[in-house]
Design a protein around this ligand. Structure first.
Ligand code: PEP
Ligand code: MG
Length: 415
């Protein structure tokens, strides 16, 4: 099942999702999380094991599914659900509290979105803005290729809803597992490494140009942020920027009111860019780290393949050093950087990223409460020292997760 198929269901009846495939960073999982639907993937043979009419408990947090549960199991889950509801209540109370650490370091918390239905989450979470708007979702749920005016209408509505809060629109990230039903499918041996995202945009500039036009028109008289996915080289960024500049010039010639400001950023999710950091932080107006793809490519482990998706821990010294190199290069060049992959929405992982120097995150709406609770209890100075020490005294362990969790327990940081 793909993310578009999920959106076809009547959400008022959908209480949980059990999938035979799909790891936690697969796109269907991301969409389910955005919609607040508990989901568990990788349940082998689920469709054969579950009969129509069966009672099923779906515990998305623990990744567990109970089919035809016994009364004692059901009661245990009821207790768990009550506990969770109490936690949710605590998170709701945190809504009015600032996202500032215990030692006074402000952290920017934004949410990820992709459809108009996500927009009320801005109010509900009191997030600072939308750090990643996945524009491909409109394309994935449509029956035909959205026209430029349909795209413009969505972007305008999103900006209207955001009421001045920043929105970072990501240009189309199609291809790979994000298939458009009405577009001719190109069979590829390795779709994740294939013709997708900015590669399509650069090779078929009509599509990218139309989208840029829609974005610039929607942003007329407002501050606009656009970012480009799957950029593998600085040259690709420059070529895409030329397309954007051309569209800006064209609209100006036609007398359109341009955006008040336009920032063009880049998703850092292809490891080759880590070796062009000095150039990319100079060229781009901002960076946004797509940890889902960055980790899949860094470890050569398919994020959609359950056999390998969780094989390597992003909290290992190798991945953390890679992430540190990005934030260091960005800080040196005064280039703003946000983490928008799933890693930035998990309290322990977000804590580690703060320890590396990251100060801005964009996550699913449901993650804002737990992440805020974590950071408000955090002493950044102490954490930074500890993370530096952990990375300096590496012993080749596969993961620093146990040490980071021990730090959290020691400092009473809820993760
Ligand atoms: C990512 O790769 O981390 C990301 C945010 O983009 P997507 O999950 O849409 O590929
Ligand atoms: Mg990505």
């Amino acid at each position: 099942m793909g993310p578009a198929a999920l959106l076809d269901y009547d959400r008022s009846h959908l209480r949980g999702l059990v999938l035979e495939e799909g790891g936690p960073t697969s796109h269907i999982a991301i969409v389910a999380r955005a919609l607040g639907i508990p989901a568990v993937g990788e349940i082998v043979n689920a469709t054969a094991l579950i009969q129509s009419g069966d009672a099923v408990i779906v515990d998305g947090q623990a990744g567990e599914v109970q089919i035809r549960p016994q009364p004692d199991v059901e009661n245990a889950y009821k207790d768990k659900a009550r506990l969770r509801a109490r936690k949710q209540e605590q998170y709701r109370k945190l809504k009015s509290q600032p996202a500032v650490t215990r030692d006074g370091v402000p952290i920017v918390l934004q949410i990820n979105a992709g459809l108009l239905v996500d927009m009320p989450n801005l109010e509900a979470t009191a997030a600072a803005g939308i750090g990643l708007f996945r524009t491909e979702l409109q394309f994935m749920v449509a029956e035909h290729m959205p026209t430029t005016s349909e795209q413009q209408a969505l972007y305008t509505a999103v900006l209207d809803h955001a009421q001045g809060r920043p929105v970072t629109f990501r240009t189309l990230d199609i291809g790979g597992d994000k298939v458009l039903p009405y577009m001719e499918r190109v069979e590829e041996e390795n779709p994740a490494l294939g013709w997708r995202a900015i590669r399509i945009g650069l090779d078929k500039p009509r599509l990218l140009r139309a989208q840029i036009r829609a974005l610039l028109r929607a942003g007329s008289g407002r501050d606009m942020k656009i970012m480009l996915p799957m950029i593998a080289t600085v040259d690709e960024f420059q070529r895409a920027r030329t397309i954007v500049r051309r569209e800006q010039a064209m609209l100006a010639k036609q007398g359109h009111v341009p955006p008040l400001s336009l920032q063009l950023g880049v998703m850092v999710e292809v490891p080759s860019l880590l070796f062009e950091l000095p150039e990319i932080v100079r060229e781009a107006d901002f960076l946004s780290i797509g940890t889902n793809d960055l980790m899949q490519f860094l470890f050569a482990a398919d994020r959609e393949n359950k056999r390998v998706a969780d094989r390597f821990d992003p909290l290992g010294a190798g991945a953390l050093r890679a992430l540190r190199s990005i934030v260091e290069a960005a800080s040196e060049a005064n280039c703003p950087v946000t983490v928008c992959g799933e890693m930035g929405g998990k309290p322990l992982e977000t804590m580690a990223l703060i320890g590396l120097g990251y100060r801005a995150f964009s996550m699913s709406a449901a993650s804002v409460g737990p992440v805020k609770a974590m950071l408000r209890a955090l002493d950044v100075a102490r954490l930074t020292e500890r993370v530096d020490w952990m990375l300096a005294s590496g012993d080749g362990a596969a993961s620093l997760r146990p040490q980071l969790a021990a730090f959290a327990t020691e400092c009473k940081v809820p993760v």
